[in-house]
Write a protein that binds this ligand. Structure first.
Ligand code: 26Y
Length: 823
């Protein structure tokens, strides 16, 4: 059969299965150097990836050629993280080659699923922020918007999580070990990046006093390009990740000194910069190497865009007509003084001229509300690594504070509050303030978050510049998280409303009438049942985990954080368990449930690691206790990642989004579950607020305090002990954990969790416990009415169109970038 293939090279005939087989066998012999008979699965995977890559690269070249003539304004997304997930399936989908490739592999006697499973996902991110970047570049390519994603090519991505006796043990993520067929290395385009040294002043030819940086050491940035295909539209954008290597000059000096071993060590020193992704995702450690990473990738990216994309002819006074740099949190904010340095020190701009340009070229997205997550760099560290940048930051700050003085004369407290340079506890640069001062726009990632950002995190700034602040609610790509991850549901949807929804997700609204159609509901349930069966297969093969058959699937997957409240979920489970074993609850009256957790803890976050241990301990105890009669099953597959998410989410019935109100900036997992027909039990937090507004109260299980209620309780003084004392079931659950029941009788093992809960409980799990238990009871009742539950599930899908990252991108374009769609 032939097939139109949107990403096929211009002028080439439509691919056929035979043609695909030929190309595949050619790749196998010429690239892998093996015959089909002698090839390993890895050979086969690499050859298949190469075959797909060939289809894409011709379109990629075409896209770039067009861009060089039309010179549109583009977006440079600056992000320290891209949590891409596997590429092969996505690229097959984008090129329209899925069916052809499957058939071609069959003709070669191969199962494409086995080949796809061979791919190690690039885990170059921690969680939500990195995955969001991956969704955004997918949407921009699909919407035909010129975008280049800039980031870091970590040699080791997010660690591989294993459990030893229920405790997290981290293993290095060797994602490059078997070869990465998706990257194009360009060592010939290496860029030199300087560090350290001093600054000096000199008088230039026109008699003007100027400053220059005399750096001490340098490294090379090697670009690795990855293709970002739009969905069936022929556009292929670029993701450019930088890898650090030693410069020739650097080793030569040492080689010449005769110290060969030292010269080789110097190489390691340089390569360390992109060796590993830092696994913390909220509390910055103030590590010098992280600052090196940040400066390294933004300096490479700015140079690349200015020198290679725009070229020497371009008048940089017009820079904002060709680019907007979107700052994905504060991690790339050192780009601001770097652009100033380029313009003033290297291109001879006046300060004011340079600042006028810079202010138009950056916009800043904040992803947090936790005060401890805001990045702050000590000035001694900054001054040692980037002396000229520190000086530039000081000047930006001086002029900014003059502006504040003018707006609020005599308000010295305000000056101190707003200063980019904090004086206490130690002198340090507040990167979020620098981003806010330099950015033309500042946005939060959900309505509630943007409002709290204005009112609580940056109130002085929003008072000074109200027009700077805006909201763009996050979204997720429906290509990966619905079309690709849930083929069954995709086909059911398309059979009802056609395929247009894949690039126009609001069209899912057309499903609403089908919620009333018993036949459709039955087909919808069949899809869920099949997805659950597939998940079972995956979990058995992956971890030897067996879920309960015909159980409700209740899923909580996200990074492990106290604010996300995995412990609240545990308190629900332990309560049910305790009520059953103490004879107060008949297990036959309990809705059988699988509770699935997925979560990585930052290796240095001890409380988070203890909570992981507790989840595993409760799991093994409850799963083995015959009194439970199998109605409660707990599964915690290790190493939750994008690949596992794509299996779990389509199978889920219930989505747990239970953070303390005012803590989760947005959440994006919540959107993926909704899109795949799970119902949400959640607090009024982050994007949950918008999900609930869209699906309606009757299709959402709301519980817990609202953000203002949290603030009020905080203000009057929160004492978790009172909740513990007054709630019998809660006390029973906590006491059971404290008794050593889940730790072989040892009361010490989880003692600190228990003590923390009843004395501190920073995220108020105990205050929301009763309300959560109530909501879970409503879940049970609702789930018992299969038809009503399915009706709600269908409506959740039908009303999820707003959470397409295509919509997020449209909002960024309208409210922030003003990028017209390209050619
Ligand atoms: C500075 C360093 C320690 C750091 C590294 C990674 C700090 C933060 C992060 C990552 C943060 C993150 O993933 N935030 C999440 O961003 C999502 C996308 O906007 C939100 O949906 C989610 O609520 C937020 O926690």
């Amino acid at each position: 059969p032939t097939h139109p293939v949107a990403n096929a090279p211009v002028g080439t005939p439509p691919p056929t299965v035979d043609g695909f087989v030929r190309e595949f066998l050619h790749e196998l012999t010429s690239n892998q150097g093996v015959s089909l008979e002698r090839s390993t699965v890895n050979d086969q995977y690499l050859a298949l990836a190469q075959t797909v890559r060939n289809y894409l690269s011709a379109r990629w070249i075409e896209t770039q050629k067009k861009q060089r003539t039309t010179r549109p304004k583009g977006v440079a997304y600056l992000s320290a993280e891209y949590l891409l997930g596997r590429q092969l399936g996505n690229n097959l989908l984008a090129t329209g080659l899925i069916d052809i490739a499957e058939e071609a592999m069959k003709q070669c006697g191969l199962d494409i699923a086995v080949l796809r499973a061979q791919e190690v996902e690039p885990g170059l991110g921690n969680g939500g922020l990195g995955r969001l970047a991956a969704c955004f570049v997918d949407s921009l390519a699909t919407m035909n918007v010129p975008c280049i994603g800039y980031g870091l090519r970590y040699e080791y991505g997010i660690f591989r999580q294993t459990f030893v006796d229920g405790q997290q043990v981290e293993q290095p993520d060797t994602w490059l070990a078997l070869g990465c067929p998706w990257e194009f290395a360009h060592p010939e385009h290496a860029i030199q990046i300087d560090f350290g040294g001093t600054i000096e002043t000199y008088v230039d030819a026109d008699g003007v006093e100027r400053t220059r940086w005399v750096p001490e050491w340098n490294v090379l940035g090697i670009p690795y390009n990855y293709m970002v295909p739009g969905y069936l539209n022929g556009r292929v954008n670029t993701l450019r990740l930088w890898s650090a290597e030693a410069t020739k000059a650097f080793d030569l000096a040492i080689f010449n000194s005769g110290d060969y071993a030292q010269a080789v060590r110097a190489q390691t020193f340089a390569e360390n910069i992109t060796k590993v992704l830092y696994p913390e995702d909220s509390t910055p450690q103030g590590k010098e190497l992280r600052l090196q990473q940040q400066y390294f990738f933004v300096a490479c990216s700015l140079r690349d865009y200015i020198e290679r994309v725009l070229g020497p002819e371009f008048d940089l006074h017009e820079l904002d007509s060709r680019i907007i740099f979107q700052l994905n949190d504060t991690h790339p904010v050192i780009a601001v003084p770097e652009l100033m340095r380029i313009l003033v020190d290297l291109k001879g701009f006046d300060w004011d001229e340079a600042w006028a340009v810079t202010k138009k070229c950056f916009a800043y997205t904040c992803h947090t509300l936790l005060p401890e997550a805001l990045e702050v760099w000590p000035v001694d560290l900054l001054g040692r690594l980037l002396p000229r940048h520190l000086e530039i930051i000081y000047r930006i700050n001086e002029e900014f504070l003059d502006e504040v003085r003018e707006a609020f004369p005599g308000d010295e407290m305000r000056i101190r509050r707003m200063s980019i340079v904090a004086e206490h506890p130690a002198r340090a640069v507040r990167m979020a303030y620098l981003a806010t001062v330099a950015g033309c726009k500042v946005n939060g990632v959900a309505e509630l978050h943007s409002q709290l950002l204005r009112d609580k995190v940056l109130p002085d700034f929003s008072q000074l510049w109200p027009e700077k602040f805006t909201n763009v609610t996050n979204g997720v790509t429906p290509r990966r998280f619905l079309r690709l991850a849930n083929r069954g549901l995709s086909e059911l949807i398309s059979s009802a409303i056609g395929t247009g929804w894949v690039t126009d997700l609001e069209r899912l609204r057309e499903l609403e009438p089908y919620a009333e159609d018993a036949e459709f509901r039955s087909a919808f349930r069949d899809v869920k049942t099949r997805n659950k069966a597939k998940l079972n297969e995956v979990l058995i093969a992956r971890d030897g985990i067996e879920l309960g058959q015909d159980h409700m699937l209740d899923v909580m997957v996200k990074r492990l954080h106290e604010y996300k409240r995995q412990t609240l979920k545990l308190l629900h489970i332990v309560t049910l368990y305790n009520e059953i074993i103490s004879g107060r609850l008949d297990p036959k009256t309990v809705t059988p449930r699988n509770f699935v957790f997925g979560a990585k803890a930052a290796p240095g976050y001890l409380m988070a690691k203890q909570i992981i241990h507790l989840i595993n301990a409760v799991g093994s105890t409850v799963n083995a206790d015959e009194r439970v009669g199998g109605v409660l099953k707990i599964a915690f597959p290790p190493n939750y990642n994008v690949t596992l998410a794509e299996k779990l989410i389509p199978a889920a019935d219930l989505s747990e989004q239970i953070s303390l109100a005012g803590m989760e900036a947005s959440g994006t997992g919540n959107m993926k579950f909704q899109m795949n027909g799970a119902l949400t039990i959640g607090t009024d937090d982050g994007a949950n607020v918008e999900i609930r507004r869209l699906v309606g109260d009757e299709n959402f299980f709301l519980f817990g305090m609202s953000e203002p209620e949290v603030a009020e309780l905080q203000a009057k003084g929160y004492d978790p002990g009172t909740y513990y004392e007054s709630d019998r079931r809660l006390r029973g659950a906590i006491d059971l954990i404290g008794s050593g029941h889940f730790s072989g009788g040892d009361r010490g093992t989880f003692g600190s969790i228990v003590t923390n809960l009843v004395t501190v409980d920073r995220f108020m799990a105990l205050a929301d416990y009763a309300s959560y238990m109530d909501a879970q009871e409503r879940v049970e009742k609702a789930y018992a009415d299969t038809e009503e539950w399915t009706r709600s599930a269908v409506l959740n899908v039908a009303r999820s169109g707003y959470f397409s990252s295509d919509r997020s991108m449209r909002d960024y374009i309208q409210r922030i970038w003003g990028t017209p769609p390209a050619f």
